[in-house]
Design a protein around this ligand. Structure first.
Ligand code: CA
Length: 80
């Protein structure tokens, strides 16, 4: 009898469309200055801080920093 082997990815693949969709933090369909501002407002925060915003933790390391800003900036002008 054959044995079925299933490979399960732990994380969704970071295909370009998904990354752009996530970089569009405010969900208005385009990555622009308004998304940068939202990340900037949460800059330096960790979960529990008053300015913490989960949607801006794009690198998913529980800290909003330059890596998250870079994530948005890198996709600036792209439409989701
Ligand atoms: Ca946007």
């Amino acid at each position: 009898m054959g044995e079925k082997v299933f490979k399960v990815r732990r994380y969704a693949p970071d295909y370009p469309g998904l990354a752009t969709w996530r970089a569009d933090v405010n969900g208005d369909g385009i990555v622009d200055t308004s998304d940068i501002v939202i990340v900037a407002e949460a800059f330096g925060s960790t979960p529990g801080d008053s300015n913490w915003n989960l949607a801006t933790d794009l690198v998913e390391d529980a800290l909003i920093d330059i890596l998250d800003l870079h994530f948005v900036a890198k996709r600036f002008g792209k439409t989701a």
